[in-house]
Design a protein around this ligand. Structure first.
Ligand code: ATP
Ligand code: MG
Length: 269
């Protein structure tokens, strides 16, 4: 791979057409440097998924543009520089765990830099990294939701993307599973991927994982705050109980006061 992964978002806006047009995003400017882990938080419907899809070349913005190390998002996507992980793991039920992780290898063929005789070994190693050693031959229906999401993560990493784009990947999981996957994600990213853009409803999760947390306003989503997270990595889960962590979480939560969003309310102590 190119060793890239920097993302420059310039004045991006998105208005969905139709008889009742909806402006989802307005004037988003953000520069994510290669190697950074950036979390996007904001109330439901503020345009987080829309922004992720624009960065990943799945949707064209109606204003502004995104630059991925000199490429358009579409070009970067075609050059398989992105790994996508969504809220639902979207595994193929008739393929075993290993088959699901190897699927991009088969679909992408030579566009996949990890393809070739070693691809099975890479897939097995990734499954080990996400704690799924011994489950290679299970079917998705035979493993839990958290395990399925780990398969989806291993699959996204299997073709060596520069950038991981994650849209509430752990939102459907219980708190303990989410904690464990947060730790594994930091480990595995540290080893294999350079840049991560991570959408979440949870301020705690955002601060725990990210180098910077970007807060969006209610729709149309605009950046209201970019917070640097002052903790070095690797981070133990216990940092969440430190006063500095609580102060930052409190400050970010304060920006959402008055925002009518039940899911955000769940995040409050
Ligand atoms: N394809 C589309 N056509 C029309 N409107 C859309 C489309 N996709 C998203 N929207 C609208 O754009 C706004 C932002 O949607 P988006 O899914 O990006 O929000 P979100 O911040 O990810 O919300 P959530 O936290 O609930 O996932 C919403 O009002 C949504 O209805
Ligand atoms: Mg969303």
């Amino acid at each position: 791979m190119t060793g890239g992964g920097g993302i420059a978002i310039h004045g991006v806006g998105m208005t969905f057409g139709g008889s009742r047009s909806v402006t989802a995003l307005d004037g988003i400017d953000l520069h994510i440097t290669s190697g950074e882990f950036v979390a996007i938080v904001g109330p439901s419907g503020c345009g987080k998924s829309t922004l992720l899809r624009i960065v990943g070349g799945l949707l064209d913005p109606t204003s502004g543009h995104v630059d991925i190390d000199g490429k358009t998002p579409n070009q970067a996507r075609r050059d398989v520089e992105f790994g996508f992980v969504f809220q639902q793991p979207t595994l193929f039920p008739w393929l075993r765990v290993l088959g699901n992780v190897l699927l991009p290898d088969r679909v992408l063929g030579r566009r996949n830099p990890n393809s070739g005789p070693g691809s099975k070994d890479i897939a097995r190693e990734l499954l080990r990294d996400v704690g799924l050693e011994g489950f290679e031959n299970h079917y998705p229906g035979q493993i839990s939701g958290g395990m399925q999401q780990r398969v989806a993560l291993a699959r996204a990493l299997s073709y060596g993307p520069n950038t991981l784009l994650m849209d509430e990947p752990f939102g459907a999981l219980d708190e303990f599973t989410r904690d464990r996957l947060n730790l594994q994600l930091l480990e595995v990213c540290n080893k294999t991927v350079s840049t991560v853009l991570f959408v979440t409803h949870s301020i705690q999760e955002a601060i725990f994982l990210a180098d910077r947390v970007v807060m969006l306003s209610p729709r149309p989503g605009r950046i209201t705050r970019i917070a640097e997270v002052p903790f070095r990595k690797p981070r133990p889960l216990e940092i969440r109980y430190e006063p500095e962590f609580a102060a930052l979480a409190g400050e970010l939560r304060g920006l959402l006061e008055g925002v009518d969003d039940d899911e955000m309310a769940l995040d409050r102590p």
